[in-house]
Each structure stands twice: as structure tokens, then as C-alpha cells.
Ligand binder design. Structure first.
Ligand code: SF4
Length: 214
């Protein structure tokens, strides 16, 4: 059971500052219950040392990453967590079935599942923040391949380093999409410098002058 943010699901559906009518609300509740019945959230993470061999270049476990945005976000970090999380294949199947039968439900399933994987990632992230705290380290926000100039092709490296096919049934397709679809891979920087990072990441953070903003 994942406690997800209903307002986020509504945002994905295009509601901004307005409430859905009774019929949509009923569909939202029904689809959320349907998803809760079939999802099997699983996650895996590992900590790796981080090297900064050149400006805008990073090295994690021998994988060279060229990215200005990620390098800025990970400035001063000595280590990273790599993490992967998935809702499992059940959500994909439910969405595919609805797409063939009732498209309006498929759209709602998509939105609720997106809010659920986000909520699940935050749960995992909270646990990692606590673990990092035990070592006197502070987590930067999650940064996923495909965000900014962090090449989406690195999904493959994260999957390999975390052994996601075996550990949580998560694979990466030829075109670098994740399967199951409602899955996330991400890098989380670890720094000894206290940083008041917002739980929901830089977009929600009021620290607009932050040097590490992604
Ligand atoms: S902008 Fe906020 S959330 Fe982003 S790195 Fe800076 S302090 Fe952390």
C-alpha cells in the first residue's frame, strides 16, 4: 500500500487549482484501489565512491558521466547512492488492459501510478537520508538519467550496477525505457556539507541561490 499525493495525481490529469467532478473523483478512487491491489513496490540501492576526474565529468564505479547539470548538483559530494524503484509489472498490465477497454480509466491509472512511484521514491529517499545521517552525510536531491543533460543511456549503467533485473525485475529496453514502465533510476549525491535540501527536490526548494541547484 502506497500513500500517494492525490493533488499530484490531479496535477498529472491537468487539474490546477480546480477540483474534479464527482464522476472523475469516483474513477480516481476506484483506479487507485485497483492499482493498490496489483502493485508490488520494490527497490534497490547501493553506495559508491564518486570521483570528479574533470570539470563536468564524473566517475561512478568506472562509469564516466559527462553532464554539466549533474556535476553541478554533485559538487562537493564524495559518494553517491544509486537507487532504482519500481511498482512492478502489475501496474503496466492494468494500464494496458484499460487502454484497450476504457481509455478514460487508462489515463487515470497513468496519473495515479505516476504519483505512486513518486511517493514510493520519496519513501526510499527518506530511508537513505536517515542512513546517510548515520555516517554524518547529507543527501542531495534525486537526479535521474534523462533529466537535463544527464544522458538517458545511463539508465543501463545504473541497472547493471544495481543488478536490477535480478534484484527487482527491472530492465532497460533498447531505447533506454524502463520496464516495468512505472519505475525510476536515480543518483543521489552524498556530501559532508549540511545542505537544507527540500524533500521534493530543487523545483520545490526555496533556496533559489543554491550553487547545487539541478
Ligand atoms: S536547491 Fe534546495 S534541494 Fe536543490 S540542491 Fe540546493 S538546497 Fe538542495
Amino acid at each position: 500500500m502506497i500513500t500517494f499525493d492525490r493533488s499530484e495525481a490531479l496535477r498529472y490529469l491537468g487539474y490546477r487549482g480546480t477540483e474534479p467532478d464527482a464522476a472523475v473523483e469516483e474513477s480516481l478512487v476506484r483506479c487507485a484501489e485497483g492499482l493498490q491491489d496489483v502493485i508490488q513496490p520494490q527497490s534497490v540501492f547501493r553506495r559508491f565512491p564518486l570521483r570528479h576526474p574533470a570539470e563536468n565529468m564524473l566517475d561512478v564505479a568506472g562509469v564516466a558521466i559527462h553532464s554539466n547539470h549533474l556535476a553541478r548538483n554533485l559538487k562537493d559530494c564524495t559518494d553517491v547512492y544509486l537507487m532504482a524503484a519500481t511498482l512492478g509489472i502489475g501496474a503496466d498490465r492494468l494500464i494496458a488492459r484499460a487502454s484497450a477497454v476504457r481509455m478514460s480509466d487508462a489515463v487515470i491509472y497513468q496519473a495515479v501510478a505516476a504519483a505512486m512511484i513518486e511517493a514510493y521514491c520519496e519513501e526510499v529517499n527518506d530511508m537513505l537520508r536517515r542512513e546517510a545521517g548515520n555516517y554524518g552525510l547529507y543527501c542531495r536531491p534525486r537526479f535521474s538519467p534523462g533529466y537535463g543533460d544527464f544522458d538517458i543511456g545511463h539508465q543501463r549503467d545504473l541497472s547493471r550496477l544495481l543488478d536490477t533485473p535480478r534484484k527487482i525485475g527491472l530492465t532497460v529496453t533498447e531505447s533506454c525505457l524502463l520496464a516495468p514502465i512505472k519505475s525510476v533510476t536515480a543518483v543521489i549525491g552524498l556530501s559532508a556539507t549540511p545542505q537544507p535540501c527540500h524533500r521534493k527536490g530543487c523545483e520545490e526548494c526555496g533556496k533559489t541561490d543554491c550553487a547545487f541547484r539541478r
